[in-house]
Structures are given as C-alpha cells and as structure tokens.
Design a protein around this ligand. Sequence first.
Ligand code: AGP
Length: 604
Amino acid sequence: MCGIFGYVGPKQNAAELVLEGLKKLEYRGYDSWGVGVVEDDPTSSLVNSGLRGVTAKGIAVKKRAGKIGDATVNDMPKSSFAFGHTRWATHGGVTDINAHPHLDCTGTVSVVHNGIVENFEELKEELAKAHHRFVSETDTEIIAHLIEEYLKKYPFEEAVRKTFNRCTGLNAIIAIHSAKRVMVAVRNGSPLVLGFGKNENFVASDASALLSHTREVQFLEDGDMAVVGDTHVELTNVATGKKREVKKLTLNWTMKQAEKGAYPFFMLKEIYEQQAVIKGISHTSIKQIEHLANVIKKSYGTYMVGCGSASYVSLAGSYLFSKIAKRHVNYAIGSEFGYHLDFLTPKSTVIALSQSGETMDILESVKKAKEKGATIVAITNVLGSTLYRIADEKILIGAGPEIAVASTKAVTGKLAILVLLSYALSGKTKEGIRVVTLATESMSKLLEKDSIRRIESLAKKLLKKEHVYVIGRGLSYPASLETAIKIKEISYIHAEGMAAGELKHGPLALVEKGTPCIAFLPDDETYGANLAGAMEMKARGGYVIGISHKNHEVFDYHLPVSDAREATIIPNIVTGQLLSYYLATLKGLDPDKPRNLAKSVTVK
Ligand code: AGP
C-alpha cells in the first residue's frame, strides 16, 4: 500500500512538486520515500517546447528510510520531469536502498511500484543469468531490469508493456526512461489516477493528492497502460495494446477539504466534521437510499461485507436491518467472504462497505460475487474508486477526503446510511431522518468542552495501562469492536472488544484489580444485561468506565452520551474515537499515521 506520484510539464521545480504530492499520499504508507528526476539538458531549449521524445541526460534519485517529515529535495537537480514514491514495505526491510525509485543496470530506466510481483524470484533468477546486478532486496527492482532487457529489442513503451505482462500479482507502476519525456503508468489491481493540467500532466495513487493541481482526472482501470507526456496522454490495454479512450471526470472534492486547517491532526478535524457529514447524508442521499431499499427488497439473500472498521459497520448493519426492517442480513469480513460464496445466486445482493473503495480483500470478494451474478451495492467515500466503478448500485458517503489512517467520519457516515436504509426498508424514512438527527444532537453535547475535558482526563488515567476491555450487547457489540480497534491502531494499547455475554465464557479471567473495562450501556433493551456484565468485571476488581445516558454506582468513571435510539451507536463510537485520539496524542504519537498501518490496504 504505497503512494506513487509523477509529474511532467513546464514547472522547473518538479522534485519539490512531487515531494508535496507524496506528503499527501503518505497515509498510504510511510516507512520510506524517494524522488527521481530526469535532468533537463540546460543547453537544449527544446525541452520546454513540449515536443515529444526530447532526450535528456540521466536520472537523479534521492531516497531515504523514515517518514518524509520536513525532508527537502532542493539538493536535487532542477527539472520539469519527476516521480516519486512513499513506501509500505512488503519485500525487503525499511532501508534507503530498498526505498523507491529503483534503477536498472544502466541508470537510464527507473520504476516506482505499488503492489507485489508474485513471481519476482523466478524473474530475478532469469535476469541474473543475463548478468543483471541487483542492489536491493525488493521485488520492484526486478521490473527496472526486465524493462532494460526488453529494451534490447523493443522501444521503451513496448518494453514496459512486455515487462508488465510478465509480472504476476496486483501491481501499479510508473516507469521512466532518461531519454524519453514520458511516464508509462500501468495498473492492475493497485489504484492509479491521471491528472490533467494545462501543458502538464500528473499520475498519482489517489485523487486527493492531485487536488492542489487539477480536478480533471481519469481513474485507470485494471489493465490500463497510460503513456503520459506534457501535452498528451495515450491509453491502451496493456495485454492487447488496443487503444482506449481518455475520459476525464471532475472531482467533487475541494482542496480545503484535503487540508488540516487549524487542527493539529487530520483525525481531530475529521472527528469534528462528522455531524456535517451525517446532516449532509440525511439531506442529500434520501432518494438514493430509498432506491437502494427497493433493490434490497427485490433481492433474495442480502450480504454485508467490509474490512476492519468497515466490517464492524457491516455487523452493525445486520443488527439495524433485523431490529428496524425485520430483515435478515448475512454479515461477513471481507477477507473471509470468499469462503462463503457457494450460496450466492443472481437474486443475491452484496452490500460492500469501503471508505477508500480500493481495499483488495473487498474488491476480490465483490468480483467473485459478481461472477455469481449477484447485485453489487457499493457504499464508499471515493467517487471513481474501483469499488464505485464495478458496483451495480452505489451511494457515496460524501464525507470528503479522509486522510487520517484511523477511519472516523466514513465509519459514522456509513452507519447513518444504514440506519436510514433500515427505516426506508420499513417504509419509515422520515422517522429514520429524525433518529439520525438525534445522533447529531447527541454528538454536539459530546463535543462540548466539559465532555472533551472528561474524555481527556480519562485518557490520562488509562495512559499507562497495557490492556483495555470493551463490552456491549446488540448494537453496542460492534461499537465495542470499533472502539477497541481505534485504541489499538493509534495508541498501541492492547484493547479487546467483545459481546458482553461472552465475558463469563473466558475473557473474564483477564480482569484483575484496576483493569480498565469500558461498557456501552445505551438506553435500550440491552441495558440490564450490559449492566450485569459491568458488575461481573467490577466484582473482579475491574475499573469500570460506563458510556451511558445515565450514571450508575457500578461505574468508576462515567462518560455521558445522550440517547439517539438505534443511532446511539454513532455518538458511542465517537466517544471511543475521542478517547483513542487523546490516548495517542498524550503518548506523543501521531494519530494520523500509526506505525505499520496504511489508509487503504491494496494488497491481499
Ligand atoms: C480503520 O480505522 C482502519 N484504518 C481500517 O480498519 C479500515 O477500516 C479498513 O482497512 C477498511 O478500509 P476501507 O473502508 O477503505 O475499505
């Protein structure tokens, strides 16, 4: 899950421009970075003529292990043609050498790559026999040398095409040659977007990194190969070489949305954007939601799938549908759904939830479900993403770019859509709007100074704890799973979410004096039984934190959350987001870029 960015055009600060682009992609992977520039031949004025195939001298590369942070590239040659990469290591350790771009033996071919070349060892052996010398441990470097090999017989573009067709696995690359003023970008699996400017063009792993330059984009499809020059873009199918039409679309995001503004971190900004996102959904998406309800009504067997936080939203969806719409929904984790496909029929509907719309486990499942003839419904946040394009029915969350790795506004946005969808299925959409509006009111109280202070001081109490347990019943069960994943992924404290009823079947053995135990106790049919779970923990010395509409003597610490009926799961989850945010920032951690993770998981 790396970030790729490339530029070719008149601007002479291409290296800086690419570095800025990588910074906007860093949430995709941030263990090392690199920039490569093709040196413009200063004596040749032809360079800026925009003419095709003007030669230049060589390729200069700067690459480092670690986050970009405030690194610069102003020690790199001035150039108007550059590309770069921010890495999430799969093959080879986190070192300067293994960072991208990678070069061939001659130093005239260079590649940046997102994905995994599954047959790289076999290719490496073949190339070693042809006397190629490798300097890194990566699968990516193989691509540069294979292009070099094919260049002995074919022109550059053809050499890249032949090379890409030899590589198995899900990959996206940009390849450049020092004598050619084009980027050759190829995609199969991992996302790539073209950005169109005036006498300049861009290639990036996702659209949000292009917003400061252009909103005219084209999302590459699997099998697309784009030859990108200053003033021209040619699209072909990499397997057949057949031409494909360049079709631009205009992004509906603004630059401001993709910036932190006055917030210290994107995560906090995105937490504070949630009310507006949910209000937006209940104002603008009702028609689509009612249309989806009709699609689901006609289907025979509905499945909800997602990964990570999106899988917990899917689980919540199964509770909402059964509770409000009296309709059974099968829920599955994206990476496991593939083992449950046998009972899918052309009458089935698969609702796939994914913020990025690029999570490989989801795309793989959806493609298989599509082969079974099932109707695919996408609930995603990215217009033009792969899931958005392959789905039969789609609804955009409309949360704007979500930059922080820990998903917040996309999670609560999806939940609001599922609450409204459940009410639409039972023909009570207006009531559904009232219920999600209750959730936004409850969130306003939660975001008031006193409440924030209360959550922050709880975080101070839990800072040194190694383990936290989170329990809930019914809709509070997925809320406990989501809260646990947030605590884990950004504060690195081990947290376990579970169905409260499961405590006494094992996990209760872990509770001892002072063990933090968070219990969700909303004002619904689960209150009594949840309270019993909190008492079981208290009896073993647990430090009980009650997240509830009213206080109770069993609580050692109470976080008030006002009731919003079935949508109470939304403010409950926001409470968990805030607690994990303060745990992370009080520990001096960066909540936007937690270690070992990435925003969208584009490998299997
Ligand atoms: C959530 O905070 C995590 N970043 C992760 O679990 C995420 O939800 C998961 O990778 C799914 O991403 P998606 O919604 O983009 O498919």
